[in-house]
Design a protein around this ligand. Structure first.
Ligand code: PLP
Length: 395
C-alpha cells in the first residue's frame, strides 16, 4: 500500500472530528452538548424543501447539469450578488455553482495557485483554508494579528514576499465573529491593489450579523467586480442548507471558465436537486432568513455575558456576526493547572460533557471556539456546566 506525501501531510478537519466524537458519545447515551459544530440547527425552510421535491417529481433532477450549474441558478446568484453588493455587469458567466462553499474555495485555489505560491491567512483562520492551499501546491502563510482580531495592511506587509499571490479574507469571521468595516476594508483593498495580490473573500456569513451591525464585502468597494477579487459564498449558513452542499464562486469570467473546467473533472455538476433548492432559496420568500438570524442574535446576547462571567474565560470584544465565540482561555488553563488547550477541551468533553473546539485548529494558542448554533436552553446548560467545571478548581 502507498499513501501519497500530499495525503500524509493532510490533517483531518478538527471541527468535524470534535463533532463526530460528541455525536458518538451522544449515541452511547451520554448527555453531551455539542458546541463544536459549525452548522445552523434549523431545518431548511419549507419552501426550499418543497421546491426540491417538485424538482424531483418533474424528472429534471435525474440528469447531469452543466458543471458550473444550471443557468437560472447562475443568473439568480449573479443578480442577487449584483443587487446586494451594488455591482454592475455581473452575469451568469461570472458564477460557478459548487458542491458547498468548500468546493468553491477548493476549485479557486486549484485554479489560481502554482507550486510554491504563498497565500496570506490572518490568524485565526478557518481550518480548511490551509489544507486546501497545500493541496493546490501552495504555501499557507499565517499572519498574526492584534487583539482586535482584525488584520491590517501592516500585518500583511510583515509577511509579504515575492511569492505572495493571494490573501484570504473572511468577514464575518469564523471563529471570532468579527466584521470588518468599510474603512478597514478600503485600507486592505488599497494594499492588495498596490502589491497586485488577489483577494479571496469568503462572505458565507454575510447575512448573519447582529445588534445593528452591517456587513460590507471588500468586493463592493467599487462599482464593478475587480478581477483580482474572488467572492465565495453559499446557502449553507444563511438558509440552513449545510446538507444540500450548495456553494458558489463569483469572479471574473475568464477565471470562472477555468474553475468550470476544473469542476467538470473534479465533481461534474453539483447535485441537481440541490441546485433547484438553492434557486428557490435565492428567488423565493426570505422570511425564514430573518427568523433564523434573530434566533442567533438572541442566543449571542444571552450567552455572551454568561461566558465572560466564567472564571478564566476572556472575550473583551463581543462578536458581531457568524455564530461563534472565540475566548482566550489562558486564565482557565492557569486556574485549572491544565497544560494545553487540547487537554482542556478533552477534559471539558469527558467531565463536563460539553464539546468545544481547540483554537489551535485555527492557528491560535490558548483559545477555544464555541458555536452557538444550538438551542438556547442547551446553550445555557452548557455555560453552567463549563462554569461548574471551572469553579471546582477555585475551591
Ligand atoms: C468560513 C467558512 N467558509 C466556508 C465554509 C464551508 O461551507 P459549506 O458548508 O458551504 O461547504 C464554512 C463552513 O463551516 C466556513 O465556516
Amino acid at each position: 500500500m502507498k499513501i501519497s506525501q500530499r495525503a500524509q501531510q493532510l490533517q483531518p478537519s478538527a471541527t468535524m472530528k470534535v463533532s463526530a466524537q460528541a455525536k458518538q458519545m451522544i449515541a452511547d447515551g451520554i448527555d453531551v452538548i455539542n458546541l463544536g459544530i459549525g452548522e445552523p440547527d434549523f431545518e431548511t425552510p419549507k419552501n426550499i424543501e418543497q421546491a426540491a421535491i417538485d424538482a424531483i417529481k418533474s424528472g429534471k433532477t435525474s440528469f447531469y447539469t452543466p458543471a458550473a450549474g444550471i443557468l437560472p441558478l447562475r443568473t439568480a446568484v449573479a443578480d442577487k450578488t449584483a443587487s446586494d453588493y451594488g455591482l454592475t455587469d455581473l452575469s451568469a458567466q461570472n458564477v460557478a455553482i459548487t458542491t458547498g462553499a468548500k468546493m468553491a474555495l477548493y476549485s479557486t485555489f486549484q485554479t489560481i495557485l502554482d507550486p510554491g505560491d504563498e497565500v496570506l491567512l490572518p490568524e485565526p483562520y478557518w481550518v480548511s483554508y490551509a489544507e486546501q492551499i497545500k493541496l493546490a501546491g501552495g504555501v499557507p502563510v499565517s499572519v498574526p494579528v492584534g487583539a482586535s482580531f482584525k488584520v491590517t495592511p501592516a500585518d500583511l506587509a510583515a509577511k509579504l514576499t515575492n511569492k505572495t499571490v493571494a490573501f484570504v479574507l473572511n468577514s464575518p469571521e469564523n471563529p471570532t465573529g468579527v466584521i470588518y468595516d468599510q474603512q478597514e476594508l478600503a485600507a486592505l483593498n488599497d494594499w492588495t491593489k498596490d502589491h497586485d495580490i488577489m483577494v479571496v473573500t469568503d462572505d458565507i456569513y454575510g447575512q448573519l450579523v447582529y445588534n445593528g451591525a452591517s456587513f460590507t464585502s471588500i468586493a463592493q468597494l467599487a462599482d464593478q467586480l475587480d478581477p483580482r477579487i474572488i467572492i465565495i459564498s453559499g446557502g449553507s449558513k444563511t438558509y440552513s442548507m449545510t446538507g444540500w452542499r450548495m456553494g458558489y464562486v463569483v469572479a471574473d469570467e475568464q477565471l470562472i471558465s477555468k474553475i468550470s473546467a476544473f469542476l467538470s473533472h473534479a465533481t461534474g455538476n453539483p447535485t441537481a436537486v440541490s441546485q433547484y433548492a438553492l434557486l428557490e432559496a435565492f428567488t423565493g420568500n426570505q422570511d425564514q432568513v430573518e427568523v433564523m438570524r434573530k434566533a442567533f442574535e438572541d442566543r449571542l446576547n444571552t450567552i455572551y455575558p454568561l461566558l465572560t462571567a466564567i472564571p478564566g474565560f476572556d472575550l473583551q470584544v463581543k462578536p458581531q456576526g457568524a455564530f461563534y465565540l472565540f475566548p482566550d482561555v489562558s486564565g482557565a488553563l492557569k486556574i485549572s493547572d491544565i497544560a494545553t488547550t487540547g487537554e482542556f477541551v478533552s477534559r471539558l468533553l469527558s467531565e463536563a460533557h460539553v464539546a468545544l473546539v481547540d483554537g489551535s485548529a485555527f492557528g491560535v494558542k490558548n483559545h477555544v471556539r464555541i458555536s452557538y448554533a444550538t438551542d438556547l436552553d442547551a446553550l445555557k446548560t452548557a455555560m453552567a456546566r463549563i462554569n461548574q467545571f471551572m469553579v471546582q478548581f477555585k475551591d
